[in-house]
Design a protein. Structure first.
Length: 577
């Protein structure tokens, strides 16, 4: 198959959802990003619908930005330089380097060539610096000091550069950043052995991640409390997953492979490559070696070598950047996309049930003289309608439709269609999860309390500071309204009555929107809006909810958690029927 004339390949595969103990059908969409006229191209990172890397045109390698297709190619190469490459992308900005002999300069773009900003630190020599990773308002990479590279952290400006280089290191580099932490590696002065490294903003904060028995290791990616890279064990490099310490090491290596690397992580999924005598093969893991999935197998047969370089995941799907080549030929940038199945694909799981329910309601309405049956709303319609419903109340028909929506979302959750990401906040040592199942405040609280993650108890999130509020908004794509853990005593709609957090923490920080709280229609429960402002709301309204995991508890049975949502939905159906 000619990848130039067939840029998008749709491949079906059977994916086993271990948590639900059932198999669901998933679809992978593989897109060749190689731009017209280029002799080679590589994609190094992905953020949402955007990917970055470089493409070779003539003798010049040029930093490149894509939006999911080869035709979307944007040339970021600024004038006056010989080469450029973009290694990282986050929130509408891209990081990498520009080169003109004799030096390479760390560069930050804002989606155009003209926006290029030189980020070379003042403390570095005139030789080289590069941005290799990006997070919310932060960039990492390295800058030469003398003749040695030093791991470097920026906060959006040249003047903000921080030298992360450890005192016992020959040289160092940082590759990834997330939530105030950075990962990379350094070589020790004493023996030159590489130490996988985790920093928290300063050189002194370094934590070495090398597991027992590994003298050489490197860390390349970080997100949501997880770090990935490789560790050399028994003479071979093994793809590695950590959760903040050397002792947390998980070996992702696949039996029968020569070596493997993990290069990116997001939402509990890891990407990289495995290698054997035929070359390298792009790989995907879900936290264990047993979860390994061969991304290379999704490519057409001419391609013999591939690497996955970056990953992004949200409730709509997973995107993976990388590149592939045929034999010893030139690289071509690729994008793998696994979308969450559309509701229409769940015919066997819930569509028949929903159709029957709608038909029954329509028949009931016709018998009672109603001329039109009201169909179940989409999630977007339901969210948009909450504001109206909170002010004027809900009719019997609307309440019935809301019950249908809850059952529908519960079916999606049981099928594995709703895929949540859990993100770590190092500033308060808490994890957060946005649960995209619409429930009342009380039911959301009960669900949150029943959850746990990594031995930590769940509860509705308590946003007790401006920093915590900002972290949540930067970490998730928030819907119109989301329940959090604030409330007034039941039945108290006095706007001046005190508010409480479900954890008993002091309710001193607030971020009320204009005119809030206003008491409204028994509005004594707290939600956070899409813009970060707070709003008092009637507790019976169905919203998505934000869970915080902050204290150690025994891990409950997975099956019990999975069943709770369905049983709750069924109970509501009986109550409202």
């Amino acid at each position: 198959m000619n990848a130039q004339t067939n840029p998008i390949l749709r491949v079906s595969c059977l994916w086993v959802a271990a948590a639900a103990c059932s198999a669901t059908q998933a679809t992978w969409i593989v897109t060749n990003l190689h731009p017209a006229g280029a002799t080679s191209s590589r994609a190094f990172a992905v953020d949402g619908t955007h990917q970055v890397g470089d493409a070779q045109f003539g003798s010049s390698r040029r930093a490149t930005l894509w939006a999911g297709s080869a035709a979307s190619f944007v040339d970021l190469h600024p004038g006056g330089f010989t080469h450029s490459t973009a290694f990282a992308v986050y929130g509408g900005q891209q990081g990498g380097s520009t080169y003109s002999w004799p030096s390479e300069r760390a560069t930050l773009w804002s989606s155009t060539a003209a926006s290029a900003v030189d980020m070379h630190p003042a403390y570095a020599s005139s030789n080289n610096s590069v941005i290799l990773g990006m997070g919310a308002g932060e960039q990492v990479g390295f800058a030469d000091v003398g003749i040695r590279s030093h791991a470097t952290l920026w906060a959006g400006t040249t003047a903000s550069a921080v030298d992360l280089h450890p005192s016992d290191g020959v040289w160092s580099a940082a590759y990834g950043v997330w939530g105030g932490q950075q990962v990379g590696h350094y070589a020790r002065i004493s023996d030159g052995l590489h130490q996988a490294s985790l920093w928290s903003g300063t050189a002194a904060s370094i934590v070495v991640l090398n597991p027992a028995g590994s003298q050489n290791a490197r860390a390349f990616g970080i997100q949501g409390g997880e770090q990935v890279g490789f560790a050399q064990l028994g003479g071979n490099e093994h793809a590695a997953l950590w959760r903040g310490s050397a002792s947390s090491f998980v070996d992702l290596h696949i039996a029968g492979k020569s070596y493997s690397h993990a290069t990116g992580v997001y939402g509990g999924r890891q990407v990289g490559f495995t290698a054997d005598h035929t070359g390298r093969q792009a790989a995907l893991w879900d936290g264990t070696a047993a979860s390994y999935f061969d991304l290379h197998s999704l490519l057409p047969s001419p391609y013999t070598w591939s690497e996955a370089t970056g990953i992004y995941k949200d409730s709509t799907g997973t995107w993976i950047s990388g590149w592939a080549r045929i034999g010893s030929g030139n690289e071509e940038a690729f994008l793998w996309h696994e979308p969450v199945p559309e509701p229409a694909t769940f015919a066997g799981l819930g569509l028949g049930v929903l159709t029957a329910l709608r038909r029954r309601r329509a028949k009931t309405r016709r018998a009672s003289g109603s001329a039109h049956a009201r169909p179940g709303p989409s999630r977007r319609t339901r969210q948009a309608g909450l504001a109206r419903n909170s002010r004027r109340g809900m009719s019997r028909a609307a309440t019935s439709t809301r019950g249908l929506g809850v059952l529908y979302l519960s079916l999606l959750a049981l099928s594995g269609a709703v895929q949540a990401q859990i993100i770590y906040n190092p500033s308060n040592d808490s994890y957060y999860e946005l649960v995209e199942t619409a429930k009342s405040w009380n039911d959301s609280r009960a669900d949150a309390d029943a959850r746990s993650y990594l031995g930590r108890a769940g509860h509705l999130a308590t946003l007790t500071s401006a920093d915590e509020n900002a972290f949540v908004m930067a970490s998730f794509s928030m819907p119109f309204r989301t329940w959090i853990g604030g409330w007034q005593p039941e039945g108290d709609s006095d706007v001046n009555a005190p508010w409480e957090w479900v954890t008993g923490e002091s309710f001193t920080f607030t971020n009320w929107g204009p005119g809030e709280p206003n008491g409204g229609l028994s509005e004594n429960h707290l939600d956070i809006l899409f813009n970060g402002n707070w709003n008092d709301e009637a507790g019976w309204i169905d919203n998505y909810f934000l869970v915080e995991y902050s204290s150690a508890v025994p891990e409950p049975a997975t099956a019990g958690i999975l069943g709770a949502g369905f049983l709750l939905a069924a109970a509501r159906r009986r109550k409202r029927g």
